[in-house]
Design a protein around this ligand. Structure first.
Ligand SMILES: [Zn+2]
Length: 436
């Protein structure tokens, strides 16, 4: 860690030349509102440096999110790095208030309004990186909760490579897309990176060979995907049909949330490969829900071609991971080949000499992990799966069949990452622990 939260300004340190910290620069509100810095001079004095410290520290620690929770006379901060919460520091409630109000001002929000939730964003720059900082505030009985999300504009985390998808999976997706018909679903619980997986599907498809149209508002510019605009008065199904007539091979459509859309997709999937997303626990759950939506198990079995679902797992820091020799019992228990010679884990401070000052890894700040990758489950609808779907798509039966056919599961993909030294058994355990 470069410096801590709520660090007191050194009173002798008035000289700007002594400034060593490369603070984040705020470059305007995303909603275009000009923050009235002069009219809020007192707030700026109390909050600007603190807000800069908070965001700069979060960037140094690679936090994607910071939460400040008021607790009466003080407030506590929590940083989320690669999806894992780390306690920040306690700060006086006045300091938390100054930070919250300052970030609201910078995000072009109403600083006088403290009793309703507000959402906004700030453009920012640190070193050579551009960031988008999303600011959410939510009233609580003792003040306002602040949630700040920090996103490096250049890092997308949605290409198959960034998501860590193996070659055989990419090959499979290409093969399915090349049939120019059928539905492929990216499924997962809310906030699990479902959209990332859906974009991963899109980006796995060769844009030189196929015409890909997006009929969904993606909010981003995907280089080889052309947005297909609806014509006034057209229903969504008419727009899909028009996209297919315009030689669309692959259509990216909005998430399936109801029977209406599911039934339309089922019809149009005769003439184009359709990629969509769905909220579901896993692939089997998504298949079962899709069939419930369409109320047509027979046609669903024919037109549904594949479902993908992913869980994110942290990658071990390559600078400080420690190799160890796993004992045969452990290997057997977790299902790794007995000839596995070496596995890796984060460094364990208790194993160091006690009188030695523990060295903190510069790359990961002592967390032991750096970045994340996806563990992917993929269910392909083969003949056996078709029969299960036609018979009502029981999720338990789908899972059994997938196992029997040795389809890729999140667990098996996770063990591949462990065997390759990319993540640890502890991390897999954390990810697969049932939610409380
Ligand atoms: Zn490290």
């Amino acid at each position: 860690m470069i410096f801590g939260f709520g660090r007191k300004q050194n009173e002798d340190d008035d000289d700007d030349d002594e400034e060593e910290i490369d603070y984040v620069l705020f470059q305007g509100a995303l909603n275009g509102n000009e923050p009235d810095m002069k009219g809020n001079a007192k707030l700026v004095q109390a909050g600007l440096l603190r807000a800069k410290e908070l965001i700069t520290n979060a960037i140094y620690r690679r936090a994607e999110m910071v939460r400040i929770e008021p607790k009466g006379t003080f407030a506590v901060s929590t940083l989320f790095v690669d999806g894992v919460p780390f306690p920040g520091s306690k700060m006086p409630s006045q300091a938390a208030l100054a930070i919250t109000q300052m970030l609201k001002l910078l995000a072009g929000l109403d600083v006088k309004l403290r009793t309703s939730p507000q959402t906004g964003g700030i453009k920012a720059q640190h070193a050579d990186n551009k960031f988008e900082i999303r600011v959410d505030t939510m009233p609580t009985p003792t003040g306002e909760r602040l949630i700040v999300r920090i996103r490096n504009v250049k890092q997308t985390f949605e290409t198959p490579e960034e998501l860590g998808w193996g070659n055989s999976l990419k090959e499979k997706i290409r093969e399915l897309a090349s049939q120019k018909k059928g539905i492929i679903i990216a499924a997962g619980p809310p906030l699990s990176g479902v959209s990332c997986a859906a974009f991963g599907l899109l980006r796995s498809i060769d844009a030189y060979l196929f015409n890909i149209y997006s009929l969904a508002k993606t909010g981003k510019d995907i280089a080889h995907v052309a947005e297909f605009k609806a014509e006034e008065g057209d229903t969504f199904q008419q727009t899909m049909a028009r996209a297919i007539r315009a030689e669309g091979d692959v259509l990216f459509v909005p998430p399936v949330r109801d029977g209406e859309l599911a039934k339309m997709l089922l019809e149009e999937a005769e003439d184009a490969c359709i990629i969509t997303e769905m909220t579901a626990k896993d692939c089997a759950d998504a298949i079962a829900r899709f069939v419930q939506f369409t109320e047509d198990p027979i046609l669903s079995a024919e037109r549904l071609h594949g479902v993908i679902s992913q869980k994110l797992v942290r990658l071990l820091c390559t600078d400080c991971r420690q190799a160890y020799r796993p004992n045969p019992k452990l290997l057997q228990k977790v299902g790794l080949p007995p000839e596995t010679k070496v596995l890796y884990r984060p460094p364990r401070p208790d194993e160091e000499e006690e009188d030695e000052e523990p060295e903190v890894c510069e790359k990961c700040g002592g967390v032991g992990y750096f970045g994340r990758t996806g563990m992917v489950e993929f269910i392909e609808i083969n003949d056996a799966m078709k029969q299960i779907i036609e018979a009502g798509a029981d999720p338990a039966k789908i899972r059994d069949q997938a196992k029997k056919d040795r389809m890729q599961s999140c667990q098996s993909d996770g063990m591949r990452l462990v065997a390759a030294g990319k993540t640890s058994l502890e991390e897999l355990q954390r990810v697969f622990k049932p939610a409380k």
